[in-house]
Structure formats: C-alpha cells, structure tokens
Design a protein around this ligand. Structure first.
Ligand code: NDP
Length: 450
C-alpha cells in the first residue's frame, strides 16, 4: 500500500473509532474493507466525491429495544433487542438474528456491515442488516424460548416486512426460533408473508436453506482449490463449531471424499482420527439440534480425544473451515495451520480469523476465502426463499442446490476479477471487498443523497 493511501486509512479509521467508541469488532470489519477499497477509490474519484465510505459505514437506522419475558418460575426477565438496518441501496435489509449472551451493538454492526458486501456479491437484490439479543438460549426450556421469541417479535414486527427488512437465523436462532417468531408476526400483523427466511418446509421455507451456508462454504473452497488443480478428495479437514454451518460443512466435505476430523463448541473440541462419517454426523445432529448437549459427549461415545477450552487449529490438516464465531482463529493458530501443511482456509463463520491471522494467510500465499464470500451461500438461499415466497411456488431440492452452486461459482469469479494480483495470486479479501462494494456504491450514487 502506498504511503498516501496508508495515511488516508489511518485518518479514516481514527474518525470511525472516535465516532463508534468501544465497538472493536466493528472497527476491525471496517478496517479490513476500507484497507482494500481505498486504492480503488483513489482511482475512481466519484466515490470520494460522493463520500461513499463515510455513508456506507453509517447505519441507515438502528433500533434498540427492551425484551421483557417470564421464565418458567414466573420471574420477570429483561433482555436487550437490536436491529441494525445498515444499507438498503440494492434491496430490503437482509441478515440474520443472533441470540447469544455476548451480543452487543458493536458485534451486530460488524455483522450488518459485512452483510452489505456479502449480499451484493450474491447478485441477488438484498440490502444489509443484522439483529438479535443478548439472550442466552442455553439451558432454557422450549416454553421459555417461545416466550422470549414472542416478546422479541412483538417489538420487532413494527420495523420489518417482506419489502422492508427480512431477518433470518444466526447463532442461537434456528428453525425452532424462526417458527416462534413467524407465528407471533402473523398473529400481530394478520399476514402470511415471507417476512423471515429459514422457515419450515411446510410453511414457506426453502429446501436446502438449512444446508446452504455449510454447503456453500465447501463449494467456495472447491472453486478456490480448482485454481491449483486440487480437490477435496482424500483431504483432511479441520472444522470448528458444531452448529448449523459446521454440520453441513461436514456433510458436504464427506460427499466430496474428504475426511473431517474435528468439531467444537464453546467448551472445547473433539478430534476423531478415523474421521467423522455419516453415522457419527447424524449423532452430532441429534446431540446438538434435539438433545442440545455438549460436543464432549461425542468423545465419550466414540472414545476419541476431547480437549477442554481449546480450539482445533493445532490438528494437522489440508483444509480448515472455521464455522463457530468471530475471532476464533488468531495469529498463532494461523502459523500453526500453515506449518502443519494447511493450504486452504474457507470461513463458514463471520470474521473468524483475526486481522493478524489473515495477514499470515495472505503472506504465506495460501488459499484464503473470507466469510463474506465463502459463507454467502446461506443468505443466497434466503434470497431464493424470498423469491419462492413472492411467486408462491416452491422449487425442488435439485433446483435450489444448482442455483446455490452457480452463485458460489460466480462469487468466486468476482473475487478472481477484482482480487487477482500481478503475480497471479488471488487475494480473495480484496476481490470480495471491491466486488461487493461497486454495486452498492453505484446504487447509492444513482439514488441521490439519502
Ligand atoms: P449455531 O448457533 O448453529 O452454532 C454455533 C456454533 O459455534 C456452536 O457450536 C457454538 O457452540 C459455537 N460458538 C458460538 N459462540 C462461540 C464462542 N464465543 N466461542 C466458541 N464457540 C462458539 O450457529 P451457526 O452455525 O448458524 O453460525 C456459526 C457461524 O456462521 C457464525 O459466525 C454465523 O454468523 C455464521 N453464519 C451463519 C449463517 C447461517 O446461515 N446460519 C450464514 C452465514 C454465516 P455452543 O453450542 O457451545 O454455543
């Protein structure tokens, strides 16, 4: 980076930090994007003249609200609910809801900001948003989850709509929670519309939506590997998380002939040297989705290694798929992965690698697919769910999967187009950021100063 661009970056980031104090994840996400976009903006002064960077980093609207609910003992509980409506230049706000005790404004702003670029990359007409609450679903009864979801939607419903803002799931929000929230929306608004995605198949959901993020991440990794005449066949894969994204990343890795060997949760990770096969995956799905147990139980059942309070990046692998949460892979982990021979990292989670870890991946020239490109399959199929809802016509599994695959291939092409460097190395960070930025920025200019 030239010294003048470096100076502009520092100046811009100082303003972002001053204006958004304490929001470290938001600063991190903005820095990563602005760092790769600034040189492009310097070459295209219209974006500078229209102050697109200043505008795109300022949410269009933030809604913060009280969520009161009664637990099973009849005691009053209070949580904080959020919806960040970040950018609607290319479509209604779209992005998931996260229920997790760590949720705060900075985390949701980082996720909403990333979502703007990710949604643009899919080529579907979706703006960017994100929301959630600092509610911890762990250990809660179904009844308590329902009470919370109903109270959350009682306020959120006045801000969303099928043409305004269409939330989906994220950490802690799966089919069960989407069902409770959809029911409450319908009850209050008296309308059956595609206001949420990730719905059940019998009531407006799309086939392949549960699988989409994990499958899409593997499809994207596959495209990256093709550039080096490589494939998943016979490769060892290290995966973090054991929720929605991780489960289907395992499933698709297996289908392509690879051997997934790890899974984790916030308590620790398991290492299965024989590989997590179809049968073991079914066990994990039942454990996590129905019994809502800890991943440690896998180690007890199959007699494999369990490491408490640790992440799986020290295990030897060819491919790493971080699928749990932000900043779960740091510089030491990155160095360890590369030393152990890992040459592909595709992010199923949002911003799982720290800035220092990303720097190491780029420096070492491995295939590194950032979340906003690699995990865009989830929101892409959410976009397809919206299309099917508008048409009132469901598509087959094959049709949705085919469209998902095409979208991931196209995102890869966009990354190549904007990310290829003089020596032929594809910088997917740069490619995804510039590729996602152009369409949104041009739409913002076309729509005037709004
Ligand atoms: P789930 O709630 O289904 O699973 C999350 C997994 O990550 C669980 O195994 C959970 O463990 C683990 N985890 C959560 N927080 C932490 C933490 N602080 N430290 C360690 N482990 C943690 O969520 P998803 O699978 O849907 O989401 C995973 C990631 O993928 C997130 O970054 C999300 O933003 C991203 N993503 C999801 C999409 C989707 O369609 N669902 C789309 C695009 C991105 P535990 O059970 O112990 O909490």
């Amino acid at each position: 980076m030239s010294s003048s661009v470096d100076h502009l970056l520092k100046e811009f980031m100082a303003k972002i930090v001053a204006k958004n104090p304490g929001e470290s994840e938001f600063h991190q996400a903005v820095h990563e994007v602005v760092e790769s976009i600034l040189p492009y903006i310097e070459e295209h002064p219209k974006y500078k003249k229209e102050r697109i960077l200043e505008r795109i980093t300022e949410p269009e609207r933030i809604i913060i609200f009280r969520v009161p609910w009664l637990n099973d003992k009849g005691e009053a509980q209070v949580n904080r609910g959020f919806r960040i409506e970040m950018n609607s230049a290319i479509g209604p706000y779209k992005g998931g809801l996260r229920f997790h005790p760590t949720v705060n404004l900075g985390i949701l702003k980082f996720l909403a900001f990333e979502q703007v670029f990710k949604n643009s990359l899919t080529t579907l007409p979706m703006g960017g948003g994100k929301g959630g609450a600092d509610f911890d679903p762990k250990g809660k009864s179904d009844n308590e989850i329902m009470k919370f979801c109903q109270s959350f939607m009682t306020e959120l419903q006045r801000h969303i709509g099928q043409d305004t803002d269409v939330p989906a799931g994220d950490i802690g929000v799966g089919g069960r929670e989407i069902g409770f929230m959809f029911g409450q929306y319908k009850r209050i608004r008296n309308e059956f519309t595609g206001v949420l995605t990730g719905k059940g198949i019998g009531w407006g959901g799309s086939l392949i939506r549960p699988e989409a993020t994990g499958y899409g991440t593997v499809y994207f990794a596959e495209e990256m590997m093709k550039t080096r005449d490589e494939s998943f066949e016979g490769k060892t894969v290290v995966i973090s998380g054991s929720g929605n994204v991780a489960q289907f990343a395992v499933e698709k890795s297996l289908a392509l002939g690879a051997k997934p060997v790890t899974l984790s949760d916030s308590s620790g990770y398991i290492y299965d040297p024989d590989g997590i096969d179809e049968e073991k995956l079914q066990f994990v799905m039942d454990l996590k989705n129905n019994r809502r147990g800890r991943i440690k139980v896998y180690a007890e059942k199959y007699g494999v290694k369990y490491v408490e309070d640790a992440r799986p990046w020290g295990e030897k692998c060819d491919i790493a798929l971080p699928c749990a949460t932000q900043n779960e892979l740091d510089a030491d982990d990155a160095r360890q992965l590369v030393e152990n021979g890992c040459f592909v990292v595709a992010e199923g989670a949002n911003m799982p690698s720290t800035a220092e870890a990303v720097e190491i991946f780029l420096e070492k020239g491995i295939l590194y697919g950032p979340g906003k490109a690699a995990n865009a399959g989830g929101v892409a199929v959410s976009g397809l769910e919206m299309t099917q809802n508008s048409m009132r016509l469901p598509w087959s599994r094959e049709e949705v999967d085919q469209r998902l695959k095409e979208i991931m291939v196209n995102i890869h092409k966009t990354c190549e187009k904007y990310g290829e460097e003089d020596n032929g190395f594809i910088n997917y960070v740069k490619g995804a950021n510039i590729g996602g930025f152009i369409k949104v920025a041009d739409a913002m200019i076309a729509q005037g100063l709004v």
